[in-house]
Design a protein around this ligand. Sequence first.
Ligand SMILES: Nc1ncnc2c1ncn2[C@@H]1O[C@H](COP(=O)(O)OP(=O)(O)OP(=O)(O)O)[C@@H](O)[C@H]1O
Length: 539
Amino acid sequence: MEKPTPRRDVLDKMTRPSRSIRVVAKIRGFADLEAGPANSASVIKPRFSGDEQTSSCKESYKLDYCYEQNEGNDMIFEREVKPLIHGVFDGLNATIIAFGARGSGKTHVIQGSDKEPGLAVLAVAEFLSRIEEIGRSISVSVYEISQDHVHDLLDPKQSTVTILKDGQGIIQLKGLSQVPVKSISEFEKLYLAGNNSSKPMQKIASECTHRSHKGLIVHISSTSETVSKMNFVDLAGFEDARRKSSEGLNLIEITKVNNSIYALHKVVNALNANENHVPYRESKLTRMLQDSLGGKSRILMLTCLNPSFCQDSMYMMSLASQSCQAVNRTVPETAKKVNSSAKPMVLSSHKSQLTGSVSTSRKPQMHFSIKKAYGLTSEIKERKKLFDEASHLTKSKKISVKASSSSDIALAIDSSVQQEVFSPLGAINPQETIVLDKSIGMSSRCEVGDMNSPWENFNMFGTEVKRSYVQNYLQLLNTGSKEQLKSLKGIGEKRASSILKLRDESLEPFKELDDLKALNLSSKQIAKMMKMGVGDIFS
Ligand SMILES: Nc1ncnc2c1ncn2[C@@H]1O[C@H](COP(=O)(O)OP(=O)(O)OP(=O)(O)O)[C@@H](O)[C@H]1O
């Protein structure tokens, strides 16, 4: 008897992601000449869900997944990019964007190095290995966006690239060359040379700026027509313009870079929230990528993190986490409930004793920490093995590994949950997310407990709660939608519009409560708004 064919809608449900935007992080490995593991970042997993370490976390960032230092580009490629390639062959555009603070490893992950090919190189190799059998061809474009101008890196003679939209809403990049590629060496010659500043073609752009976004478009064509494309974007590093301005760096350049990073996040948040208006026009980059960001396109936001403490990295994490939390309305109600237990995200200005956690929003938890490392190599190896195993397990099974660090932290993964976490965009439940926490370390908390009276501890805790609340509040002001802003006590239609206007016009986000004075609020009014908000928590 002939087997019944599964219904199309059932198939769609099984194969299509419920959420088209995935947000992951990658902690950068150490460069050859960099200082060793002192003050390094590591991922630590507590013993069990609800472990004291996790419950006391003061800073948390919720993401879909976090790749550790020892997890290389090949692993990210297998788990995150390869599934997107399947979609590209089916006609769905895909975009991979690496962003983060300066020196956080964005170029390393996208472009790679002699020792370790980047995601773009691995992807092109994968395309090349499969195009012949399906009768397709590929060509590439390489560009740079500096000071709001798009330059073709494969053709130095071209003046700046113009972004146009044709009648069918497809973005046309006038003046951007498209070069056919038949082998990986051909591609590397074009791409890696195009990104090498010693090349004359780079000169046009580097004359006007030192920092730029770099992009690669892989066009997949059948006979003459482009069927789909895959974009790789290595964003210029984020830097706090206020801090750097005093050091005499190019403030305009930094501001332009930062603005385009905010603009991109606004687009991602609007797409995630399924908003009617997506602000593509706010930056050259989002305009250029318009047809590869919306619709059925799939997006991978890759947050690159410096392995040592970096305030700019923390800020990027909070943006990423915000993008991860904005949930597409098409997500089933049950999934939304899981998300509602997401931990708050808070920016920290404390540079010492940082420990944090990475955990799924369900049970398993891992901690991200910036602290002294205690010979974690064997632990890392164990974890890698564990991850590899966990990602292939299908049955529910508990695995635990004892960590070798002096803080004596063990790891426990319920693989039934992890499997969904590891499965990338194809994950059925989009809410299997991971939290990246930052808080005061275990040992320091014990010391506090020993030295202070309960009253002093209570006061200290209160201060920390207050700081966390304010940071969350500011984060919401920086990224929330109008409706979300209006849900805050003391913010109505008019004030919400003023905040959105200020966000559009201002070069910087709200970073402290005093910044609210730009909305014509007095210190007293600001304090009142805070009190009302806190009161709400207990009402
Ligand atoms: N996984 C890694 N292993 C070893 N070294 C790395 C790794 N990732 C990055 N590096 C090194 O760290 C340094 C910074 O990396 P990279 O240039 O990729 O950062 P970036 O975020 O692109 O910097 P920028 O913001 O300046 O563009 C480089 O020297 C690079 O070789």
